[in-house]
Design a protein around this ligand. Structure first.
Ligand SMILES: C[S@@+](CC[C@H](N)C(=O)[O-])C[C@H]1O[C@@H](n2cnc3c(N)ncnc32)[C@H](O)[C@@H]1O
Length: 257
């Protein structure tokens, strides 16, 4: 009987090749086939073995080149050929990465799955901008939130629970909806002058930043669109951004420290 292969769900990190973990590199080097997303940088793809089959299944915003069902089938087909398959995803496979859906499908079909975590985009952006995700006196926690729902369904988030000034919000996939998100957060009680940082292509040579506030981010991003991928950091921690000429809006507790 033919030996089954396995699938390695590998986080490629936010872009810069030196942010790949050693485990991710080891798994990539062991791969007979690499199934990769659009967000995986060319420098990282170059680390795959020259003989590996390279299969692009990239998804652009609003343009799914390969539907998720087909991606699942491709992974299964490659593993059934007895190959070690590296499924390379931008950031971490388990943060807005559908890694767990792919793992469940593969395991249901008898395929072994292993993970290599990746540095998520929020952490990459924190490192390059100097904006911490938590900071004593500014944020007691952080929430990673989607700014987009499948099939462009209405973004019906629990705005009241998100409107907590002591918690940093990182909005993934929110470029198209940021004006509406900011409005909902202000309606739920967040201050209009709460700082917002938009970061595009964090950690890569193409990284761009826009420092703004909740009441202005919608118009400012419309006036100066940023190329995908973009994430938004919302909260008092943004006042620590190394780009900020002046502190943006420091809460009283910060002034005391
Ligand atoms: C489908 S999610 C994938 C997230 C990924 N699994 C992670 O852990 O970073 C895609 C979203 O991640 C964010 N993103 C990914 N890489 C990024 C980067 N280098 N710079 C800024 N945002 C990024 C953007 O919000 C983008 O719309």
């Amino acid at each position: 009987m033919k030996k089954m292969g396995k699938v390695l769900l590998v986080g490629a990190g936010p872009g810069a090749a030196d942010l790949l973990t050693l485990r991710a590199l080891e798994m990539l080097r062991a791969a007979d086939a690499v199934v990769f997303d659009r967000l995986v940088s060319p420098e990282i793809l170059d680390l795959a073995p020259p003989a590996a089959r390279m299969i692009a299944v990239g998804k652009a915003p609003r343009c799914h080149t390969v539907p998720q069902e087909r991606i699942n089938e491709i992974l299964l087909e490659q593993a059934r050929e007895g190959l070690t398959v590296a499924r390379l995803k931008g950031g971490d496979p388990l943060i807005f990465g559908r890694g767990s859906e792919e793992a469940a499908y593969l395991r249901a079909h008898g395929i072994d799955v292993e993970y290599a975590p990746g540095i998520t985009a929020a952490q990459g952006a924190a490192a390059t901008t100097g904006v911490p995700l938590t900071h004593r006196g500014l944020a007691t926690g952080v929430r990673y939130v989607t700014g987009h729902r499948a099939h462009d369904a209405r973004l019906d988030l629990d705005w009241q629970s998100l409107a907590d000034e002591n918690t940093t919000l990182v909005i993934y996939m929110g470029a198209a909806n940021i004006a509406g998100i900011a409005l909902e957060l202000m309606r739920a009680g967040m201050p209009a002058n709460l700082p917002v940082l938009a970061v595009a292509s964090a950690t890569t040579a193409r990284e761009e930043r826009l420092l703004s506030r909740l009441d202005r981010i919608g118009t400012e991003i419309a006036a100066r669109p940023m190329a995908a991928p973009v994430l938004f950091v919302i909260g008092h921690v943004v006042s620590l951004c190394k780009d900020a000429a002046l502190p943006l809006s420091l809460p009283a507790v910060m002034a005391c420290e």
